[in-house]
Design a protein around this ligand. Structure first.
Ligand code: 28G
Length: 637
């Protein structure tokens, strides 16, 4: 993968002014996402040096002034004069824009053997940038401001000739970025992912701002450890992590997988260390290999009969966690967001490497093979039962017209744009909500008892569940292949539960259902959480509501802490009468709603959030609840 190339291979297309004029073309956006992208560009170059086999440690520090320092122990960017330009190679790396904007149309270059492609972009968008190179026993330094050289490359000292590497420090230009404060959690997530994807690479992240933090990511097992990490809160079906690795047609393929006792598939694809949320040829090749190999093994070993139906890919992938990572010299990306791998050689390479190595694994681990095939057969039966149940519902609705669930108190306005539906826990709170609501635009659907955990149930059981059926019919969209968002009967779906642990649990169960079965409702911003007050404060016949402890404190500071203050802590929605419920939680003029959003890029983390909360292992769940700032991050107010 390492490519040594001279200056003549670098196409000089445009100057750095072009980057400053249209930053979005080069880093996607100037929002927080684009800001963090600057760090990834620099780190990518260090990772390339690691992939080339010359670097095993990368240190990333967010400095007190919000500048970022990245240090690697690679060979150090060459400091000698580049023939074509007559400039030191390091200066070329930081001041010459290389061919192909990452986010522009046409050629799309990503990390992997193309040292220094993004460094000039980062330089152009930084207020200042300093590069230091340890090489040949000397310390070299150069400084730039907004992409322009301010000091020539200078030797500023000597070092041990054995010490080599590169250090880059930059301060993002605040006239370009809407957001200039780095988020430790965002950096941590991506850097950890990079460490998983590059075995034996150690990445350290340090925060030197007010809240000091330091962490180090180092996974000798690479993506094998990634799979264990993803499965940490569920029960694996067998101990081994199935691992395949190889190169074909210039495509390096690495696959790790393990089934767990859940019913959902979590396969994540990466191309040159970049996630491909829309999949592509590498994922197609992987799935193909899996279906083919498991069916062949099952037939050969009489685990399914010759005349029986083959296992479908979906059945085999039930409860599968997998990482499919490919590295190839010229990835082509397709699709609307250019996130889907198009290279056909990747399909063939993954298919053949996984097929041949998986076959050997199954032969050598017959007990594991049997466990997976038995689970697949069960999945097949459940799917068949679910299909029958669905066909029945379809036929019924075609004959009788879809009748709305009995306990839904619908609104009278029939224009979905004006309408909202409150999903309310429990009949008593449902009753108050029915009295409290504005009946023209607000519908109420009370749900009884425990909501089914869709992470722990197969499809046939899910379709048979009364609460879930009620939601599906009330929303009007259908699910799965029948899902049609244009049929949505309400613009807002509002989950209203008690402000306690049980309420949070029920909200999570409902969100899990929506996320798994109707993710577009979340993606398109139709899902909300209602926020009931925690306290009511009365004084001299006046009433205040507080939605958090801080708010209570600030109200008390304002009105004074007298004897006659009456503070009531609400334990549940049921403690409010319908007027209070309207005033505090349902009146569009006064209520607080939290819109549930999901970030495409962090979908593996979001998946994990649901699995962690819903899985049976106790430890990770506690860890999650203690650290639940992460959860709040996915809920943008
Ligand atoms: C610390 C933050 C980011 C890097 C290297 C090492 C080499 C390199 C980088 O070469 C290709 C060749 C000359 C311009 C390659 C060193 C071959 C031999 C390298 C980094 C293009 C770039 N010795 N380490 N680039 N040159 N680390 N870390 O950026 O013409 S970038």
């Amino acid at each position: 993968m390492s490519a040594e190339y001279g200056g003549d291979q670098i196409q000089i297309l445009e100057g750095l002014e072009a980057v400053r004029k249209r930053p979005g073309m080069y880093i996607g956006s100037t929002s927080a996402r684009g800001l963090h992208h600057l760090v990834y560009e620099i780190v990518d170059n260090a990772v390339d040096e690691a992939l080339a086999g010359f670097c095993d440690t990368i240190e990333v520090t967010v400095n007190a002034d919000n500048s970022v320092t990245v240090i690697d122990n690679g060979r150090g960017i060459p400091t000698g004069i580049n023939h074509k330009s007559g400039l030191p190679a390091v200066e070329v790396v930081f001041t010459v824009l290389h061919a192909g904007g990452k986010f522009g149309g046409g050629g799309y270059k990503v990390s992997g053997g193309l040292h220094g492609v993004g460094a000039s972009v980062v330089n152009a968008l930084s207020d200042w940038l300093v590069v230091e190179v340890w090489r040949d026993g000397k310390i070299h330094e150069q400084r730039y401001e907004r992409g322009k050289v301010v000091t020539p490359l200078t030797v500023i000292g000597e070092c041990d000739p054995d010490k080599t590497g590169t250090k880059v420090t930059f301060l993002p230009d605040e006239t370009i970025f809407e957001e200039t404060v780095f988020d430790y959690g965002v950096l941590r997530q991506r850097l950890r992912e990079m460490a998983f994807l590059t075995k034996n690479l150690k990445i350290t992240l340090k925060d030197d701002r007010e809240e000091k933090r330091e962490e180090s990511f180092h996974y000798e097992g690479g993506i094998r450890e990634f799979v264990s990490y993803l499965n940490r809160s569920v029960q694996p079906l067998y101990e081994q992590i199935i691992y395949c690795e190889g190169t074909r047609d210039d495509v390096y393929v690495e696959v790790a997988m393990q089934h767990n006792d859940s019913y959902t598939e979590s396969t994540y694809g990466f191309v040159n260390n970049i996630t491909t949320p829309e999949g592509g040829t590498h994922i197609v090749g992987f799935r193909n290999a899996l279906t083919k190999t498991f069916n062949a093994y099952a037939k050969k070993n009489k685990l399914i009969k010759e005349n029986e139906q083959s296992l479908s890919g979906e059945d085999i992938r039930e409860g599968l966690t997998a990482i499919v990572s490919v590295k190839l010299p010229e990835p082509q990306f397709e699709g609307q967001t250019k996130q889907k791998l198009g290279n056909s050689e990747a399909r063939g390479a993954v298919d053949s490497i996984v097929s041949s190595q998986l076959e050997i694994f199954l032969e050598q681990n017959p007990a594991v093979a049997k466990t997976i095939i038995e689970k697949s057969v069960m999945a097949q039966r459940a799917r068949e039962a679910a299909r029958k149940a669905r066909d029945l519902t379809r036929r019924k609705s075609a004959l009788e017209g879809m009748s709305l669930p009995g306990k839904l108190a619908d609104c009278s306005d029939k224009d979905p744009k004006n309408c909202e539906i409150y999903i309310v826990e429990g009949d008593s709170a449902g009753g108050s909500a029915k009295t409290a609501r504005d009946r023209t635009t607000q519908a109420i659907l009370p749900l009884r008892g425990k909501i089914l955990n869709v992470e722990k149930a197969r499809l046939d059981k899910i379709y048979a569940n009364a609460e879930i059926k009620a939601m599906i019919t009330a929303f009007g969209t259908g699910i799965h292949e029948d899902f049609d968002i244009s049929k949505l009967r309400y613009d807002k779906i509002i989950i209203m539960t008690d402000a306690d642990v049980d309420g949070a649990h029920i909200s999570t169960l409902l969100l899990t259902f929506l996320y798994r079965f109707m993710p577009d409702l979340i993606k398109e911003g139709h899902v909300y959480l209602a926020k009931p007050p925690l306290y009511k404060l009365e004084k001299n016949k006046k009433v205040w509501y507080a939605y958090s402890d801080e708010e209570l404190a600030s109200i008390l500071a304002e009105v004074g802490r007298d004897q006659n203050n009456k503070i009531q802590r609400y334990k549940g929605l049921g403690e409010m009468d319908s007027d209070q419920l309207w005033e505090t939680t349902m009146d569009p003029e006064q209520r607080i709603l939290i819109r549930v959003t999901m970030d495409e890029e962090t979908s593996s983390e979001l998946d994990l959030t649901f699995t962690t909360l819903m899985g049976d292992k106790v430890e990770p769940r506690r860890e999650f609840i203690e650290e639940n700032a992460k959860y709040v991050k996915n809920l943008d107010v």
